[in-house]
Write a protein that binds this ligand. Structure first.
Ligand SMILES: *[C@@H]1O[C@H](CO)[C@@H](O)[C@H](O)[C@H]1NC(C)=O
Ligand SMILES: *[C@@H]1O[C@H](CO)[C@@H](O)[C@H](O)[C@H]1NC(C)=O
Ligand SMILES: *[C@@H]1O[C@H](CO)[C@@H](O)[C@H](O)[C@H]1NC(C)=O
Ligand SMILES: *[C@@H]1O[C@H](CO)[C@@H](O)[C@H](O)[C@H]1NC(C)=O
Length: 496
């Protein structure tokens, strides 16, 4: 047994510098030299002059892991995927007009737009390397740029999930054909917004990336400098507005602060009841989410994983606000909301199955309806320890984990090529490698971790990148060769 420390990642895709091949094409072709293991995995890093951001410490770390990861295919997967956000997705970095405020525009996958959730998770890949630095070539500067740009997005369009490049970049707005006929309230400007699906986890992601930067750098001064505090107030106001139920006590239908309708043939791409979604009862203390982190519509809007993640990061954000010392009332409000959401989850979000087991529900409506399932996208129930809501040893989490990794989960996908949680976004039959990674991150069982690593390494179709989803019966049939969304974390494990 050789002890190894691995970074597990989901790859991301990116734009290309002038003269550089389009990565979307490049990443579908096999490039030598191939890895020396059983699976002959492609080299997939862009040539050094074609990488969108270079951090010497990342390259150093990749080299240092060569001797630690003995399996050549697994090392190749790591080599390709770990630097992928830096290699391909830092589309623009600069400063705000007439200011020293740093801005970083991080694109998602094959789309030239920045998602709040995805960019927070993309930065999380490098969290273990983050340390204080004023240098504009540093990882700390990249983080500050993401936090500043997210603050701007949250302030202008707090209900939206995905955004256009900032005007300062000179990058023209990307076209979102799917959104052309969207009918959304509140209305938004198409020059700043790429898509406007209200997802509670987008707001939680802004608090998460802020917390991650603060925890690693203790750079309190940064949070007091620009619009961050104002953006946190907007997050609080937006989330609180979405605690409203569908009906007032006298029976009138409340005006929903957010509505969304899309011209589509997919049931998961629009909201029922004229854009407000299925009815929700007030009084649980939970915050509604119209969409899930998959960007699919919630069935019941009291979506438990996003509430878990939001509660956890409200609490840590209160610590940052307290350290600033300029708005202790806000800090108290954040803490209070964190606590009341946690109480709501523990009171209403835990259900007992027919066999008498207590588990967390995926979604509830506050009446009596519950949706028992899990989806691969993060926040998921499976990932609750990854985003720090609870410890993996929590007995109700363990019950939930067992259920979502079994055929009792309507979105558990299994077959000879790969078995993992999937979701309605790519539909039945397609397992998501991201869920295998989360399974690794929430396990202390070497046998389970090794089995998951084996299926990750064996299911890339020779490309050596982490796909979005894979046909459980045919690893040659996958979606999005270089899937973004997250996630790197150190996993100490022993491999043969
Ligand atoms: C890897 O390459 C070797 C040598 O060319 C070949 O025998 C083997 O079948 C290949 N394996 C895969 C999974 O393509
Ligand atoms: C900033 O960081 C870059 C990359 O690490 C380094 O090459 C450069 O010398 C640094 N500049 C200063 C002023 O420290
Ligand atoms: C019903 O209650 C709501 C919320 O309190 C209020 O805004 C509305 O005016 C009331 N409508 C009627 C008809 O009483
Ligand atoms: C908030 O964080 C504190 C300190 O880490 C912890 O004691 C408390 O339980 C947390 N509260 C919630 C609601 O997560």
């Amino acid at each position: 047994m050789i002890s190894a420390t691995l970074f597990i990642i989901l790859a991301s895709l990116g734009g290309s510098l002038a003269q550089c091949p389009d990565y979307s094409t490049y990443s579908q072709q096999v490039h030598p030299p191939l890895s020396a293991g059983k699976y002959n995995l492609s080299s997939m890093r862009p040539a050094s002059g074609c990488r969108t951001f270079v951090l010497p410490e990342v390259d150093h770390l990749i080299r240092s892991y060569k001797s630690k990861i003995s399996d050549p295919d697994l090392y190749r997967l790591f080599q390709n995927s770990f630097p992928n956000t830096l290699d391909t997705a830092i589309k623009w970095k600069g400063t705000a007009q007439g200011s020293d405020e740093e801005l970083t525009f991080v694109i998602t996958g094959d789309i030239d737009a920045m998602w709040l959730r995805d960019s927070a998770n993309q930065m999380q890949s490098y969290l273990s390397l983050l340390k204080p630095s004023a240098n504009s070539s540093s990882l700390a500067s990249l983080y500050r740029g993401v936090i500043n740009l997210q603050s701007r997005y949250v302030l202008t369009d707090p209900f939206c999930n995905s955004f256009q490049a900032p005007a300062e970049s000179g990058i023209p707005p990307a076209t979102n054909g799917a959104a052309t006929n969207d009918n959304v309230t509140p209305p938004y400007s198409s020059t700043s917004v790429f898509e406007c699906k209200y997802e509670l986890d987008s707001l939680a992601a802004f608090l998460e990336v802020s917390t991650n930067y603060y925890t690693a750098t203790k750079d309190t001064a940064f949070f007091g400098k620009y619009q961050w505090l104002q953006a946190v107030r907007t997050v609080l106001q937006t989330a609180t507005s979405m605690q409203i139920g569908t009906y007032a006590d006298n029976g009138t239908v409340n005006t929903s602060p957010y509505t969304f309708q899309r011209l589509t043939t997919a049931g998961t791409e629009t909201l029922s009841n004229g854009g407000i979604g299925n009815p929700v009862s007030p009084g649980t203390g939970l915050v509604r989410s119209a969409f899930r982190p998959s960007d699919d519509a919630a069935i019941y809007q009291l979506f438990i994983p996003a509430n878990m993640m939001f509660s956890r990061y409200l609490n840590s954000t209160a610590t940052i606000v307290r350290s600033l010392g300029t708005d202790d009332a806000l800090a108290s409000q954040l803490s209070a909301l964190s606590t009341s959401i946690r109480s709501g989850i523990e009171k209403y979000g835990i259900i007992t199955t027919a066999s008498g087991t207590q588990i967390y529900a995926y979604e509830i409506d506050g009446f009596a309806s519950v949706n028992v399932m899990d989806d691969a996208n993060i926040p998921s129930l499976l990932a609750a320890p990854v985003y720090g809501y609870l410890d993996a040893s929590d007995p109700i989490y363990q019950n939930t984990r067992k259920l979502v990794l079994s055929t009792s989960n309507p979105y558990w996908m299994h077959g000879p090529a790969i078995s993992a949680v999937g979701g309605p976004h790519e539909g039945p039959g397609y397992a998501w490698p991201m869920a295998s990674i989360v399974r690794i991150l929430t396990s202390s069982d070497d046998a389970e971790i090794t089995a998951e690593l084996k299926q990750l390494v064996s299911s890339t179709s020779g490309l050596g990148l982490i796909h979005e989803s894979i046909n459980t019966f045919n690893s040659g049939d996958w979606t999005r060769q270089w899937y973004v969304d997250f996630c790197s974390r150190r996993v100490d494990l022993a491999i043969d």
